[in-house]
Write a protein that binds this ligand. Structure first.
Ligand code: ADP
Ligand code: MG
Length: 330
């Protein structure tokens, strides 16, 4: 994997920052109250470690080993991997399988974002659908994981970045950092607050604009994770149809509903990451209902008809800054 990294620290008020490509995404960490580059290096080492254990592109990662032993034997994995799979199963249960980490066979079939992306036949999809079932992931003592059937596979692409953001947050806190932004693609963590003591303002991207600087609104937060999933992140088009990377585990096709983007506010980024995928698949009405049930979770849905649907607790922190988008009641 290509790593583009470098430390920059122009001028005294600029944060100390480092970026690179990790966990399949562009990562940027900015420290506002520290000039210690070693902290950034430690954070990136930790992300590399997580990637080496959870990536499916790495043949000897723990995750690859689990998948290669599906239906054959349990595999002992690092406790990081065991923990993330355990959380993934919990989110699968909470969301009735809308988030399902056993989605790997279907994800591989579509190959979205790879050189092999294509629209599979219905027969292919139906065959692979039989292999999707988070209840068949056994978590055994001694950090061992077993997939009950051959042909099954785990994909942690919908949760690993959130775990990574939380782990980086821990390292920063351990090293005395009190003001930082951790950005792993769509996963943003605002650690502490701005140096002035004011909250971070995290912008929610406009899904309808190619311009990354165009926003629909902002969230004023401190010590919170803001995760966004959208159909504009990774997709291909064929005969005018857009096929994106969030799969409805019931149909085997990219989730096809009125959602364009979903942003999740949570204390832990692992929760926000898994839930953003789940909320995307569930759609506005079921997703909002679930968000109200889970404590400490708030959401902003953006629909294809440019409406915004908010969970009840987000009113105080969300500011709509784009008049093209209208706040609606489901
Ligand atoms: P992003 O990677 O753009 O941040 P998500 O967090 O929503 O988006 O994760 C999407 C990734 O999660 C996909 O690339 C795939 O690896 C995996 N995935 C897709 N559909 C599901 C699903 N229904 N449940 C769990 N993981 C999924
Ligand atoms: Mg996710």
């Amino acid at each position: 994997m290509v790593i583009l990294s470098g430390c920059t620290n122009k001028g005294t008020n600029e944060p100390l920052s480092k970026d690179g490509f990790m966990l399949g995404t562009f990562v940027k960490i900015k420290l506002y109250d520290s000039k210690n580059e070693e902290i950034l290096d430690k954070a990136f080492e930790r992300l590399r470690e997580i990637e080496n254990r959870m990536s499916l592109n790495i043949v000897d990662s723990d995750l690859s080993k689990i998948n290669n032993s599906a239906g054959i034997k349990p595999v002992e994995v690092h406790e990081d991997v065991y923990y993330v799979i355990k959380k993934a199963k919990e989110f699968a249960e909470i969301s009735s399988g809308a988030f399902d980490p056993t989605i790997e066979p279907i994800v591989k079939l579509w190959g979205i974002g790879t050189a092999n992306e294509r629209v599979p036949s219905e027969e292919e999809i139906n065959n692979k659908l039989k292999k999707i079932d988070y209840n068949k992931v056994q978590l055994l003592e001694g950090n061992r994981v077993f997939l009950e059937e051959s042909g099954m596979g785990l994909d942690l692409g919908g949760i690993a970045k959130g775990y990574g953001a939380d782990e980086v947050q821990k390292i920063l806190i351990e090293n005395g950092v009190k003001s930082a932004i951790i950005d792993l693609g769509g996963n943003v963590f605002g650690l502490g607050s701005r140096l002035s003591g004011e909250p971070w303002k995290i912008a929610i991207q406009n899904p309808f604009s190619d311009n990354r600087g165009s926003h629909i609104g902002t969230l004023a937060i401190h010590d919170m994770s803001v995760v966004t999933s959208g159909d504009y992140e990774r997709y291909f088009e064929e005969e005018g149809v857009k096929y994106h990377h969030i799969i409805d585990s019931k149909t085997g096709y990219p989730a096809n509903n009125n959602v364009s983007g979903i942003t999740v506010l949570s204390r832990y980024s692992i929760d926000g990451d898994a839930l953003s995928t789940a909320f995307y698949v569930l759609g506005v009405s079921d997703g909002l209902a679930l968000a109200e049930e889970i404590e400490g979770i708030e959401v902003v849905y953006i629909t294809k008809d440019k409406k915004l649907y908010l969970s009840s607790g987000i009113i105080n922190v969300f500011e709509n800054t784009n008049e093209e988008f209208e706040i609606s009641i489901p």
